[in-house]
Write a protein that binds this ligand. Structure first.
Ligand code: MV4
Length: 454
């Protein structure tokens, strides 16, 4: 096992990694920016090293400073968490060159799955369902038009290096397609330094269902079943749950096993999530693979009992997975609400500033992952997520009731948060009946009056 892990992240995920590392007997080193000088999570680390000013580009994204901090503190591993450098293959490569274990996949596996064209090829080979479309990068408009003739409109142009909704264009006719191809390629070249694009069938009404997987360095890969992340706004997830409701067990098992097979073929080590869209008839289509631990990992931990962060550290240290596929069973239902310091009544405007009141809910099946406490000042520099409220119960109906009760207990002020919106969302008919799609929250926000203050 590692002696000392450097955590190249901040906030709730830094705290989550500190807890896992401590349980495994590892010391922890946190790097932090000047804006995070008073971050409560830093008190829990064995050491904290300032690596620069508030802007991420001058601190949490500075590979040179993070590596220097690891070397001076004699850290033998780096956990990247999510965001920042978590899916940066060159960073994983620098770690390897410096003899520091990157807690995550090899740079090769990360690059293979990070490129959506090669990722789709891996899926095809593993029998993971994908959208019909081009198998390689599209070189000219005629190729794109030929693909569209074969699969039919609407189609979507996507950047091989894109993700999270960037570099996409929907095309409903030939003119759209020729235009979208050029603009997507141009945007991708500027944003990612890689202008490669591909074309696939576009699905209008879908649910976002993803499969949590874990791999080790001994050729093993398992899945921890699925999650539904359909409740989102502008590609920002709001509510996640496990398992995904309304998926027949036989279909679920087949898709989950195909996701694990894909990672096994990629010789993948660490935590990964294979994302899918699911249509009304439970047809699945792979979108992309996230090569990191995700924000929503706790709902899977709740229903499987597997500590995903501890497992990610253990496999990086060379241990085999502590679970085999047949050990992993689903128990009950879990829901997570992301608590963002944002005002839903004002276009989700971020609400940095002093948190004066912060009383968290508790009780059976209630988990709060947060780095915040009363007296903490939210810096304006970073993501607005200040915590996650996760509930676990016997079934989905009981989990919704438990979430409603827990939201009622949560008191945060004077800053505005997404909690009052969550209370409304979990009570709304489309959510209760899981008769929803990826646009349902945006539709509800357009239709309804502003959220009342709590
Ligand atoms: C799609 C799609 C429909 N058809 N691909 C958006 C983010 C990126 N991960 C892929 N995305 C989509 N890809 C095909 N072929 C619709 C989306 C999409 C979406 C996907 C998941 C969650 C929210 C979304 C919101 C808008 C569009």
């Amino acid at each position: 096992m590692f002696e000392r892990i450097l955590i190249a992240n901040r906030g709730e995920i830094a705290l989550r990694i500190i807890r896992a590392a401590r349980e495994l007997g590892c010391e922890t080193v946190c790097v932090f920016s000047e804006a995070d000088r008073n971050g409560p999570w830093l008190e829990q680390a064995d050491q904290a090293i300032c690596i620069g000013p508030g802007p991420s580009a001058e601190s949490y994204l500075r590979i040179d400073r993070i590596i220097s901090a690891a070397e001076t503190s004699h850290a033998d591993a780096i956990h990247p968490g999510y965001g920042f450098l978590a899916e940066n293959a060159p960073f994983a490569e620098v770690c390897r060159d410096c003899n520091i274990e990157f807690i995550g996949p090899s740079p090769e596996a990360m690059a293979l799955l990070g490129d959506k064209i090669s990722c789709k090829r891996m899926a095809r080979e593993a029998g993971t369902p994908i959208f019909p479309g081009s198998e390689e990068a599209i070189e000219d408009p005629d190729e794109a038009l030929q693909v569209a003739r074969e699969i039919g409109f609407p189609v979507i142009v996507k950047a091989a290096a894109g993700g999270g909704g960037r570099g996409m264009r929907i095309a409903r006719n030939n003119d759209d397609l020729v235009e979208g191809l050029a603009s997507a390629a141009q945007e991708a070249a500027a944003a990612f330094g890689n202008g490669a694009v591909y074309v696939e069938k576009f699905l209008e009404h879908a649910r976002h269902v993803e499969v949590q997987c874990l791999g080790d360095k001994h050729g093993n890969a398992v899945h921890l079943y699925n999650r539904d992340c359909t409740s989102q706004r502008r590609h920002q997830k709001l509510i996640e749950e496990a398992p995904a409701p309304g998926v027949d067990p036989e279909i679920r098992d087949r898709v989950c096993e195909s996701a694990a097979a894909m990672l096994r073929n990629a010789r993948y080590s660490g935590a990964a999530t294979v994302e899918f869209l699911m249509d009304r008839d439970q047809h699945f289509y792979m979108l992309e693979v996230n090569t990191r631990v995700q924000v929503e990992h706790p709902v899977t931990e709740a229903v499987t009992g597997v500590d995903i962060v501890k497992e990610s550290i253990r496999v990086a240290a060379g241990a085999p997975l502590s679970v085999e596929q047949h050990d992993i069973e689903l128990r009950g239902h879990a829901i997570e609400c992301r608590v963002n310091a944002e005002d839903p009544d004002r276009g989700f405007m971020p609400q940095p500033g002093l948190v004066e009141q912060f009383a968290i809910p508790g009780g059976m099946g209630v988990r709060v992952d947060t780095h915040v406490r009363a007296g903490y000042r939210i810096p304006p520099n970073y993501d607005s997520m200040i915590g996650k409220l996760i509930v676990h119960a016997g079934d989905r109906t009981e989990a919704i009731a438990r979430m409603d009760s827990a939201i009622g207990e949560f008191q945060i002020g004077p800053i505005k948060t997404t909690l009052p919106l969550h209370k409304r969302l979990i009570a709304a008919a489309p959510f209760v009946e899981h008769d929803f799609d990826i646009h349902w929250v945006e539709r509800l926000l357009e239709d309804a009056a502003p959220v009342a203050a709590d």
